[in-house]
Structure formats: structure tokens, C-alpha cells
Write a protein that binds this ligand. Structure first.
Ligand code: SAM
Length: 289
């Protein structure tokens, strides 16, 4: 463990997470690195310029956004090869998560140069920490397609998955997206809405998908700002698939350990081994000693 200041090292790319709203949500290491790198590659140089000036940092900024990421990556590899140190930041949160950064990180690693990620804020992790998902399994999808038909088609491919589904959404499409979630995934599922995380009007709502549009329409302010949506996983498939498998599993568990019972029950019934293993653990813990 080290509590002293860090200095950017030559020929190193730092992927730096920045706040998602509250400017205080930046790490000490991020500030150390932003202060000492030769170059800050930013999704929007004005946005990152504002963050840097809030911390009294004057850095040389370089534009690296979704429209120039490939050429920017080549230019950054060049800079790193010459021994310069570079920090990569996006407008908010962790670069590469529904943000530019992936192309640069890959190009730099493939060039055999050093990539150092600096962890920090991300809207997905922040929302998950407040959602309190009991089962702890979730699938990050980020943004859904803007066009309704395409969006519904993508949702249909996700409908049978047992994991909670995590989406990013902007205020422009929040109503139509939530309406499509209810139509395609089923109104009985739960939707956790995290709005304006870490900001002044931070707000959460947890309820049935069928009622979510009504909740959003209940107050115009609820449709403003930035959103993370977390929909509970598909219960029907798991329940139906596990019904017969559950009976087989119970019998096998009388003589076998959970992993072996789950493996055999999966072979006998065709149900998913992982789901059966989870169920086996649950059944075992429910049994009297
Ligand atoms: N790279 C970012 C991250 O690590 O979370 C995500 C960037 S993505 C372009 C922007 C989307 O993230 C927003 O449309 C919203 O869905 C989500 N988001 C970002 N900040 C947020 C906040 N403060 N509250 C809720 N959602 C947020």
C-alpha cells in the first residue's frame, strides 16, 4: 500500500475514470496522474478542461472521440513510443464503458506498451451498489438501439436470460425505452431506476415494470437527466425449467454432494448445470441438519 503521490511514468497510457456528476468523486491517484502526464487524451476537450481547471491542473489536451478514435489511437501509440505519458479520459465515468477508449487501450496493448487503468466512478457500478440485487448476477448492455424496431428485436434476444439486465438511457428516449422493456420483457418484472446519480437531484425508483411509465409521467422532472435501468432477470424460464430438475435434484442430493447432484440432474433433465448448482446450494441450506 502506498499513500504518497504518484507520478506518471514515461511511455505509459493511464486510463483514468472521472466523476459521473459529483466533482469530488475523483481519486487521489487520478489527480496525481492528470497533474503529471505529458498529454491528456479527452473525449471532449472542453468537458475535461473544465474538470482539470476545477482541480487547478493545466494539461495539454488532445481530442480522442468516437469519430477519430482509430487515428487518435495511432497518434497516441506514436507519442507513447517517443516516451511521453498519456492519460485517457472520457466525459464522465470509466473510459471504454459505453464511451470511447476501447480502441486506444487495445492498440496500445497490442503495440507492447504499458496500459495502467485507474479505477473510479462508473454509472453501472454506482447504480448496482444502490439496487441491492439479491442474486448478484447481472448483464451489462449499455445503450439500446435508438430505433424502436431494432430496440425491440435486441430486447427479445435478452428476454429469456436469468440475469438482471443493466441499461444506460438518456432523457430523450427514457419513456419509449421503459415502455418497450415492459412490452417485450413482461410487466411483472421489477425495474430499478437510478436517475442523476451523485448529483443534486439523485433519485431511485423500484417497482413493477408495468407501472414504471406511469411513475415517470407522474412528474416531468422524473424524465430529466441521466438514467441507469436495471430489470430483474427472467423468472419464468428458470422456474419452468427447474421444476422437474428440482425434483430429480432433491433425490440425488440425498446421497451426493451439490456439484455432483447438479451435474447429474443437468444430464438427466437437460436443465442448466449452473442454475441447478445454485438450486442445490439453496436446497441444502434449507434442509434441517
Ligand atoms: N463511461 C460512463 C460510465 O462509466 O458509466 C458511461 C458513459 S455513457 C456515454 C453515458 C450514460 O451513462 C448516460 O446516458 C446514463 O445512462 C449513464 N450515466 C452517466 N452518468 C450518470 C449519472 N450521473 N446518473 C445516471 N446515469 C448516468
Amino acid at each position: 500500500m502506498q499513500a504518497s503521490e504518484f507520478r506518471a511514468q514515461p511511455g505509459t497510457l493511464y486510463i483514468v475514470a472521472t466523476p459521473i456528476g459529483n466533482l469530488r468523486d475523483i481519486t487521489l491517484r487520478a489527480l496525481d496522474i492528470l497533474k503529471t502526464v505529458d498529454l491528456v487524451a479527452a473525449e471532449d476537450t472542453r468537458v475535461s478542461g473544465g474538470l482539470l481547471s476545477a482541480y487547478g491542473i493545466s494539461a495539454k489536451l488532445f481530442a480522442c472521440h468516437e469519430h477519430n478514435e482509430r487515428t487518435a489511437a495511432a497518434a497516441l501509440v506514436d507519442q507513447l513510443r517517443q516516451g511521453r505519458s498519456v492519460a485517457l479520459v472520457s466525459d464522465a465515468g470509466t473510459p471504454g464503458i459505453s464511451d470511447p477508449g476501447a480502441v486506444v487501450a487495445r492498440a496500445v496493448r497490442e503495440a507492447g506498451l504499458t496500459v495502467v487503468p485507474l479505477p473510479g466512478a462508473s454509472a453501472a457500478a454506482t447504480a448496482l451498489s444502490a439496487a441491492g440485487l439479491a442474486e448478484g448476477r447481472w448483464l451489462f448492455h449499455g445503450f439500446l438501439p435508438h430505433k424502436a424496431g431494432e430496440r425491440r428485436r435486441v430486447l427479445a434476444t435478452l428476454a429469456g436470460l436469468p440475469q438482471s439486465l443493466l441499461f444506460y438511457e438518456s432523457p430523450h428516449r427514457i419513456l419509449e425505452t421503459v415502455a418497450d422493456l415492459a412490452t417485450v420483457l413482461g410487466g411483472e418484472r421489477r425495474l430499478f431506476i437510478a436517475r442523476e446519480l451523485t448529483k443534486r437531484f439523485e433519485e431511485f425508483h423500484d417497482g413493477a415494470l408495468a407501472e414504471a411509465v406511469e411513475w415517470l409521467q407522474g412528474d416531468d422532472n422524473r424524465q430529466r437527466g441521466e438514467f441507469v435501468l436495471i430489470v430483474s432477470g427472467c423468472p419464468a424460464e428458470v422456474d419452468a425449467g427447474l421444476e422437474e430438475a428440482g425434483r430429480v435434484l432433491e433425490i440425488l442430493l440425498e446421497d451426493l454432494p451439490a456439484s455432483q447432484a447438479a451435474r447429474l440432474a443437468a444430464r438427466i433433465t437437460g436443465a442448466k448445470k449452473n442454475a441447478l448448482y445454485d438450486l442445490a446450494q439453496q436446497l441444502k441450506s434449507d434442509r434441517p441438519e
